[in-house]
Design a protein around this ligand. Structure first.
Ligand code: HAM
Length: 423
């Protein structure tokens, strides 16, 4: 029987893991510079958490969750997104007591039963940042600044930030009424999915990607024309701040995003290296979610970025080069005591920070030379019985094609010097 990975999942192979970890190091470093702290939440949560927070009529909850009953008949879901879990953890662990704003970030894997395609997987990684405790538009601006800082640190250019405000519970119902009336007039022109959405989640019709629906929406009422005074002021101040920070944006009144928890600011950043329909990152404000999940009213804002998509952009645009350091020294030996001693000497050399591998089968010089050359290892050390007696070992420089007889300390010094010179 041949086993294959499940559709929509992938293996990250040696050679790919180094860039993957390097990318995560950048994310951690930049997050710390903005005062964010890492949080790790479980991969599984109770299903109700997502039904309640993301919303039961959203695509994610109604179609895409990996949900199952465990052996105690509990309803469990593999996390489809991070915000709900972070809010749950924020409340459950009394992070509410910390001085505000509380700034948290995560690097985690998520699961959605979506149709796999370029940049869309059923298991994928996200970096996410969530900031709790302030409704100031300066927080929205700083969160967007963090997103840009992360992307620029990966060498990305040609980024497009789209911005919208979808109002709050006091102004959105009025907008919703007008939208529903408009959609009713055009019901027959909408795609079958949007006909359904018009009744259950009308805002989601706005970002339907189908051309027929986009044509209908040409005359649709605009969210930002129906904001209450506070929401309008919040949105204007955010735009002023972004302009002052030199962060270019486009207002897109059809940007609504697929989660029920958002209010006011929503945003997405895309890149010309992704298809026009996929965002690299997306986020927004969710001022009511903490209260909805049992906490006291706590405004919050955040975003998440798909790491497979980030990596795809880095590779396609050559925006960063990752050079994985490889083994520097290979130790040839002849088995028996020479192998035992090789293992011990290898460790002494490793303590000086040098990457060392040993011929673990003790097959002698010819085989070791072949292995070292095949792997592109620049130095070969030969440990035979004579060398052990004299404590003088032959170090071959396979690039310069010369060799010297040296003590262990001299070997370490020679390799360290050559590494310093190649920096
Ligand atoms: P989201 O827009 O669903 O937002 O996901 C954020 C990013 O995750 C997307 O822009 C995309 O890069 C990546 N992503 C989403 N689904 C997939 C997939 N199936 N395969 C590969 N990448 C994917 C959220 O998840 C919100 N929780 C963001 C947020 C945080 N809002 C406030 N705080």
């Amino acid at each position: 029987m041949k086993y294959t990975r499940l559709i929509g999942t992938k293996d990250i192979l040696p050679g790919e893991t180094f860039p993957w970890v390097a990318l995560q190091n950048i994310l951690r470093d930049v997050s710390a510079r903005f005062g964010y702290h890492e949080i790790i939440t479980p991969l599984i949560e109770t299903t109700n958490l997502f039904i309640h927070s993301v919303g039961d009529v959203t695509d994610i909850v109604s179609k895409e969750m990996y949900s199952f009953k465990d052996k105690s008949e509990r309803d469990i879901t593999l996390k489809p997104e991070g915000t709900s879990s972070v809010v749950r953890a924020y409340l459950e662990n009394h992070l509410t007591d910390l001085s505000k704003p509380v700034k948290l970030y995560y690097i985690d894997r998520f699961f959605r039963y979506e149709k796999p395609q370029k940049g869309r997987y059923r298991e994928f990684y996200q970096y996410g940042a969530e900031c709790f405790g302030s409704d100031s538009p300066a927080v929205d601006a700083e969160v967007i600044q963090l997103a840009f800082h992360l992307l620029l640190s990966m060498g990305m250019k040609d980024l497009i930030l789209q911005l919208n405000s979808i109002g709050c519970p006091s102004c959105r119902p009025r907008y919703r009424e007008q939208l529903v009336a408009f959609l009713k007039l055009h019901e027959n022109e909408l795609c079958s999915e949007c006909k359904l959405r018009a009744a259950t989640n009308p805002l989601r019709v706005l970002d339907c990607k189908k051309e027929s629906c986009q044509a209908v929406l040409a005359g649709v009422p605009i969210t930002t024309n129906h904001l209450c005074r506070d929401c309008a002021q919040h949105f204007n101040t955010l735009q002023e701040l972004l302009t002052a920070l030199g962060l270019p944006f486009q207002c897109n009144s059809r940007l609504v995003r697929g989660f029920d928890y958002y209010n006011r600011t929503v945003f997405e950043i895309s890149s010309i290296f992704l298809g026009s329909q996929s965002a690299l990152l997306g986020g927004g404000r969710y001022d009511d979610l903490v209260e909805m999940l049992g906490g006291s009213p706590t405004p919050a804002v955040g975003f998440a970025m798909g790491l497979e998509r980030a990596m795809m952009i880095i590779q396609e645009s050559n925006s960063m080069a990752f050079v994985e350091p490889s083994t520097t020294l290979w130790i040839a030996n002849f088995g028996g005591i020479t192998l035992t001693e090789s293992l011990s000497i290898a460790n002494q050399i490793r303590q000086a920070g040098i990457r060392v591998e040993v011929d673990l089968e003790g097959k002698g010089i010819k085989k070791s030379l072949e292995s070292a050359l095949k792997r592109g290892i620049p130095y070969l050390l030969i440990i035979g019985e004579d060398e052990l007696k004299n404590r003088l070992f032959t170090l071959k420089d396979l690039q310069k094609k010369d060799q010297q007889s040296l003590t262990l300390q001299e070997i370490i010094g020679t390799i360290q010097n050559s590494q310093m010179n190649s920096l």
